[in-house]
Design a protein around this ligand. Structure first.
Ligand SMILES: Cc1ncc(COP(=O)(O)O)c(C=O)c1O
Length: 396
């Protein structure tokens, strides 16, 4: 049976990482994989996470099953973190959360729920969007289409074109929106633009699917959730997929959740019963450890304070690197790209490069990035910003 299977090509990002590691040049920069890195190039365990982890291990009485919805304290605390404690979706009990194996697991659960409704909605994703949105949603059986989003020349959102497309979509279709820190472009909607999008969603009876994977790494914990909060306060139905991988640095623990918002408490409960069944049929129940850590942090004032301070420090470091790179690019005369990078937010920016230019940067300058020009801001070496800017400017 298995002789029919041909080996697939290596994942391009992991291939890039392997090539970077094998590169013997002393001056080299890795802007590929989307994880936070400190000034030494490490992705450390947060101190608050380590403390919470020790407390969890010390207190744990059992490892018996928790059930497909996972840790309910985690679900409640994370709902509060994303939506805020007094959100109308929460007080009206129209929203419920299910712990999931990472943001990816949450996205897939939501996709399976959309399929289960039998409504066969098309899911509209931004052009471009995170490369994993494709397989996560279409492997569940959904059809994906793109809406205009990013103007590579100006590095900004093509908002008029986006709105025009949303205005032409059939009722019942789903619109995937990045809650903050758009991956791969770093170009986010302003609050005013979120308002306009929310109005169109209501008028056209479209269902938003918000993916929020970088809360706290763009403008701050509250500011980064404003779009998702506004959407959840405006529309009758929505899905929100949340990842704790980046903002808690829990990548390999696989921590996330899916929030389901419907028109009534009863409908939400019914929908969540389907999500539970879907989870049962795929992985039965999510892993506990990471969610227990997050629940511990968010239920402890001191740990929450420590975590917020560490998250702020990560965000500030990335802003500093972003601004330094932008200033260095401006010095090379690339004013427009420099301005765009300064205005973008989060872990990524997208340089207006042809794939061959990314190849040249890798081969000639030992600067590694995906061939679409996406760069991980946290991978920038403060001491090498001028070298990076001059190399990039030479291929722009
Ligand atoms: C836009 C976006 N959504 C969701 C995720 C999900 O991440 P994870 O499954 O690691 O929690 C990521 C991770 O890179 C992402 O960039």
């Amino acid at each position: 049976m298995f002789e029919n299977l041909q080996a697939l090509p290596e994942d391009p990002i992991l291939g890039l990482l392997a090539a970077f590691r094998a590169d013997t040049a002393t001056r080299k920069i890795d802007l590929g994989v989307g994880v936070y890195k400190d000034e030494r190039g490490n992705t450390p365990v947060l101190k608050a996470v380590r403390a919470a982890e020790q407390a969890v291990l010390a207190d744990q009485q059992t490892k018996t099953y928790l059930g497909p919805a996972g840790n309910e304290q985690f679900n409640a605390l994370m709902t509060e973190l994303v939506l805020g404690s007094k959100h109308t979706a929460v007080t009206s009990r129209r929203v419920r959360a299910m712990q999931a194996p990472g943001g990816c697991g949450a996205l897939r659960l939501g996709a399976e729920l959309l399929v289960t409704t039998g409504a066969k909605p098309t899911v509209h994703v931004s052009d471009p969007t995170w490369s994993n949105h494709g397989p996560l949603l279409s492997n569940a059986g959904l059809v994906l289409e793109k809406y205009p989003y990013f103007d590579a020349r100006t590095g900004t959102v093509r908002f008029d074109a986006m709105l025009e497309r949303l205005n032409a979509l059939p009722a019942g279709d789903v619109v995937l929106l990045h809650g903050c820190c758009h991956n791969p472009t770093g170009a986010d909607l302003s609050l005013d633009q979120w308002r306009k999008v929310a109005d169109v969603l209501v008028q056209r009876r479209l269902v938003p699917y918000v993916d929020i994977a970088y809360q706290g790494l763009g403008e701050g914990i509250e500011a980064d959730a404003e779009g998702a909060r506004l959407i959840a306060a405006t529309v009758p139905e929505a899905l929100i997929a949340v990842s704790c991988s980046k903002n808690f640095g829990l990548y390999r623990e696989r921590v996330g959740l899916l929030m389901v918002l419907t028109q009534s408490e009863a409908q939400t409960n019914a929908s969540v019963s389907h999500v539970r069944k879907i989870a049962r049929g795929i992985y039965s129940m999510p892993p506990d450890h990471g969610a227990a850590i997050v629940a511990r942090i968010l239920s402890d004032t001191k740990l929450t304070e420590d975590w917020r301070a560490e998250l702020n420090a990560m965000r500030e470091r990335m802003m500093k690197l972003r601004n330094a790179f932008s200033a260095a690019l401006a010095r090379t005369g690339k004013a427009e790209v420099a301005a765009a990078i300064a205005n973008q937010r989060g872990m990524f920016s997208m340089l207006p490069l042809k794939p061959e230019a990314a190849d040249t940067l890798r081969e000639k300058h030992h600067i590694y990035m995906t061939r679409d020009g996406r760069i991980n801001i946290a991978g920038i070496d403060q001491d090498l910003v001028d070298f990076l800017a001059e190399s990039v400017a030479s291929v722009l």
